[in-house]
Design a protein around this ligand. Structure first.
Ligand SMILES: Nc1ncnc2c1ncn2[C@@H]1O[C@H](COP(=O)(O)OS(=O)(=O)O)[C@@H](OP(=O)(O)O)[C@H]1O
Length: 511
């Protein structure tokens, strides 16, 4: 990539990069609505992209997903799977659903506002909950399940599979990107009762509206711990935005603004980070310069920057010697390592600026552009984390614990697991959500979701060893984090994905 030196040129390139990043997301995620929480324009874009995307694939029609959901609602609970399951159980399930078609229930909210602090230590940076009790429009649902990652890990296929499970209700677009801006965290902190509150309401109303297409709604009065609505209790509204995992602000925004963060469930798709990096590069550069030389050059530049800056700034778990040296796994007792994402990014930015000898490489600097930059509109002020850093999953997941979420709330699935047996993998998700696994269209589970986009093919050999070297320690810390806490994992698949299935340290988990 050729960059011009000089700050004006750098700003120009940065704008181009922002545009490219947007463009990348829009092109890549054909059901993406990367509006960053603003509303309006994103809807238009997403409609266009949805149509193009699904037509290109020629296999799945998003309306079909919605149509299937609607049909299920109106004609009862039939569907192919019903023929195969126990009729008595089905009848019982049907009765239960009919009885709850109009819901009026009290949430089990013991720990929503007064967290049960006995179970785990509380992170020193867990934000205050700002969820507004009043003034919200009551015309949509909140998700119960959010797919938070990771990019290029099979999330589109997972979205399609879940879309064909009874009761699972996808947002109008797969990726809502609701929590990535500063609209909650920063605006609200600055002005909780004025502009910040208006931002919050606007963005949460916008978020809720993603599920209002079928006239479903739910109202919650958290002062009375009471919710009422016409959504069925075991319905699972969901969305999947892979970049939620890599933007350190996201879990904090979620904790602040979702009505019942402790009841949220997350699914995290993971993939071996080396092949992920190449797949992500291939997507980013689609229709531009996809040369393997560029990939090697760009990756090396990122690696140099990460070696200089990652561990000392953004790498939360890396800052504990015992953890990084393998003397202990990261657990909930290590939440003192947590940092406010804004200060983490600020430090990262300072470090990157110091080590970046060439200010003609703004594409990399861009990923630390957290401080306000008036030239960049708020909804475009995304973090560009580079491609390699997105594979350092351990700290990204740990950061969710920092924001207040518990390991029990996260289900970890690997791309290999989904590819191996989608039915069993998706059933893990339905079990996790406590709802029966009832596919509404068996063919997707029997045939599998066909490859949706052009594949990246094999990674250029030149940098494989360097990438593996960077990821080795982080992968190990990740396994220790996931296997020693109460995450919902499938250990053998997990270890296999990361090439640690023969490692004596984890042998007990392979049994
Ligand atoms: N069923 C199933 N299981 C596992 N992996 C699958 C599956 N379907 C697709 N893929 C591969 O996932 C890669 C695309 O991932 P995403 O859909 O998450 O991409 S995106 O972030 O939404 O753009 C992409 O990887 P690459 O081919 O290496 O680019 C897909 O081939």
């Amino acid at each position: 990539m050729v960059h011009k030196a000089g700050s004006a040129a750098a700003a120009g390139v940065q704008r181009t990069l922002l545009a490219a990043e947007e463009d990348q997301q829009q092109q890549a995620h054909t059901f993406n609505d990367d509006d960053g929480g603003g509303g309006g324009g994103g809807e238009r874009v997403s409609k266009r992209l949805d149509r193009q995307g699904w037509e290109q694939r020629g296999k799945v029609d998003q309306e079909e997903l919605w149509g299937a959901a609607e049909e299920r609602r109106t004609r009862g609970r039939g569907g192919p799977s019903a023929q195969r399951s126990d009729p008595a159980q089905d009848a019982e399930h049907r009765d239960r659903r009919d009885a709850t078609d109009v819901e009026d229930w009290t949430l089990n909210n013991d720990d929503i506002l007064n967290d049960n602090e006995d179970k785990y230590p509380v992170s020193p940076v867990r934000p205050k909950r700002y969820w507004p009790h009043h003034d919200l429009k009551k015309d949509g649902l909140y998700p119960r399940l959010i797919g938070i990652g990771c990019q290029k890990c099979g999330t589109s296929s997972l979205a399609v599979y879940l879309g064909y499970v009874e009761g699972f209700l996808m947002s109008g677009v797969k990726e809502v990107h609701a929590f990535r801006g500063d609209h909650t965290h920063e605006q609200f902190a600055r002005d909780p009762f004025g502009a910040g509150r208006r931002w919050m309401l606007k963005s949460m109303n916008w978020y809720q509206s993603k599920w209002n297409k079928r006239g479903l709604s739910i109202e919650c009065d958290l002062k009375k711990f009471h919710c009422q609505g016409n959504a069925e209790r075991d319905m699972v509204p969901f969305e999947i935005t892979p970049r939620y995992l890599t933007d350190y602000r996201v879990p904090f925004n979620m904790w602040e603004s979702l009505p019942s963060p402790r009841q949220m469930r997350f699914v995290v798709m993971l993939r071996n980070p080396t092949s992920r990096t190449w797949s992500a590069f291939f997507q980013t550069m689609k229709q531009r310069d996809t040369s393997r030389e560029l990939f090697v050059a760009q990756t090396r530049e990122e690696l140099a920057m990460l070696h200089a800056c990652y561990n000392s700034t953004i790498g939360l778990t890396m800052q504990d010697e015992d953890i990084s040296a393998g003397r202990k796994p990261p657990t909930m007792n290590d939440l003192h390592l947590c940092r406010d994402p804004r200060s983490v990014y600020r430090e990262l930015q300072t470090c990157v600026e110091k080590h970046n000898a060439h200010d003609d490489h703004p594409w990399f600097l861009h990923y630390t552009q957290f401080a306000s930059n008036d030239e960049v509109p708020l909804n475009l002020r995304v973090q560009y984390e580079g491609l390699t850093m997105r594979g350092l999953y351990a700290d990204q997941i740990f950061n969710f614990l920092c924001a207040g979420f518990w390991p029990e709330q996260l289900l970890i699935m690997t791309a290999g697991e989904l590819r191996h047996d989608a039915r069993t993998a998706v059933q893990r998700v339905t079990d996790f959500m406590g709802v029966p696994f009832q596919p509404t269209n068996e063919k997707w589970f029997d045939k599998g979701v066909s490859r949706m986009k052009k594949s990246a093919g094999p990674i250029p050999e030149d940098v494989v060893a360097e990438l593996r070297q960077l990821f080795a320690l982080h992968n190990r810390v990740l396994m220790r984090l996931l296997l020693n806490n109460n995450f919902n994992v499938n250990a053998p698949f997990l270890l296999k994905e990361f090439g640690l299935h023969d490692d004596p340290e984890f042998a007990q988990h392979m049994r």
